[in-house]
Write a protein that binds this ligand. Structure first.
Ligand code: 6PG
Length: 244
C-alpha cells in the first residue's frame, strides 16, 4: 500500500495544498476517463478546503461527479446535514450541473432504504459491470477523536460488511443521529484516499492509525487495495507521530 504523510502549519495551509492535489487528480482522471468522481466528507475540518475550492470556477466542474461519504439522517436544511454544509460552502458558488451532484437521500424513505438507494446511485454512475466494486477517483475522509471515519464507528458490525457499498448505521453514542455511510469495501477500492486532520485532540488517534499495524480502529482499516493513501495533517495532529 502506497502511503504518504504531509505535515503543514495549519488547516489553511492544508487546504491550499489539497486544492493543488484535487486539481492534479481532476486533470489526470478526466484525461483518462473523461470524468472525475469524488466522495466528500462532512464534519468541520474540510470546510477550509471547500471554501477554497468554491473560489476556483476554472476547475472542470462540469465533468466532476460529487458524492457524499456519510450523512446524518436529517433534512439537507438542517445544520447537521453534511450535504447541506457542502452545498452551502462549495456547490452553490459553482456552476455544476445537478446531474453531477449525488446527495444521500434523507426524505420520504427509511434509513435502510436510503442506504440501498445510495448504493444503486453509486453503482449506476461508477459501474463497470454488475459484480465489480465501483472505483472513486478520490475520497476525502475525516477522523473522529475515537478513531471513526465516515460513519464507521469502533467495534460496530458495519466494519465487517463485505458486500454492501453503503449502510444505515446507529452510532454507539445514542445522542448522535442515525447515519448512512459508505463502507470500507467501497472506500478501500478508491484510487486516492486523503485523510485531513487538524488539532491536538486528533494526535493520539493519528499516532495509532499511522504507527500501530495491529490497530482495529475504523480509520486504521482504511487500506486502499490498489490506490494511494495520503495524510494531510497540521503540526498539532502530527505532534505524536515518530515517522514523518
Ligand atoms: C461527520 C463525519 C465524520 C467526521 C469526523 C471528523 O459527518 O462528522 O461522519 O467522519 O469526518 O467526525 O469531524 P471534524 O472534522 O468535525 O473533527
Amino acid at each position: 500500500m502506497e502511503k504518504e504523510i504531509n505535515i503543514f502549519k495549519d488547516i489553511e495551509e492544508i487546504a491550499e495544498h489539497a486544492v493543488e492535489i484535487w486539481t492534479g487528480h481532476a486533470e489526470k482522471s478526466i484525461k483518462k476517463s473523461g470524468r472525475f468522481t469524488v466522495a466528500l466528507s462532512g464534519g468541520s475540518t474540510p470546510i477550509a478546503l471547500y471554501e477554497k475550492l468554491s473560489k476556483v470556477p476554472t476547475l472542470p466542474w462540469d465533468r466532476t461527479g460529487i458524492f457524499i461519504v456519510d450523512e446524518r439522517f436529517v433534512p439537507y436544511e438542517s445544520n447537521e446535514s453534511n450535504f447541506g454544509m457542502i452545498r452551502r460552502v462549495l456547490l452553490k458558488h459553482l456552476s455544476i450541473p445537478d446531474k453531477n451532484i449525488h446527495p444521500i437521500p434523507t426524505l420520504n424513505l427509511s434509513p435502510q432504504d436510503a442506504a440501498i438507494e445510495y448504493e444503486h446511485e453509486v453503482r449506476e454512475h461508477l459501474m463497470l459491470s454488475n459484480d465489480d466494486i465501483p472505483i472513486f477517483d478520490l475520497i476525502l475522509l475525516g477522523l473522529g477523536d475515537d478513531g471513526h471515519t465516515a460513519s464507521l464507528f469502533p467495534g460496530t458490525p458495519a466494519l465487517k460488511e463485505a458486500s454492501r457499498l453503503s449502510l444505515f448505521v446507529e452510532p454507539p453514542d445514542k445522542t448522535k443521529k442515525t447515519r448512512i455511510s459508505i463502507t470500507l469495501t467501497l472506500i478501500n477500492n478508491a484510487r486516492n484516499l486523503i485523510f485531513i486532520a487538524a488539532g491536538k485532540n486528533k494526535a493520539p488517534v493519528i499516532k495509532e492509525i499511522i504507527e500501530d499495524k495491529s490497530s482495529t480502529l475504523p480509520a486504521a482499516m482504511v487500506r486502499p487495495r490498489k490506490g494511494k493513501l495520503l495524510f494531510l495533517l497540521d503540526k498539532d495532529a502530527a505532534s505524536l507521530i515518530n515517522i514523518k
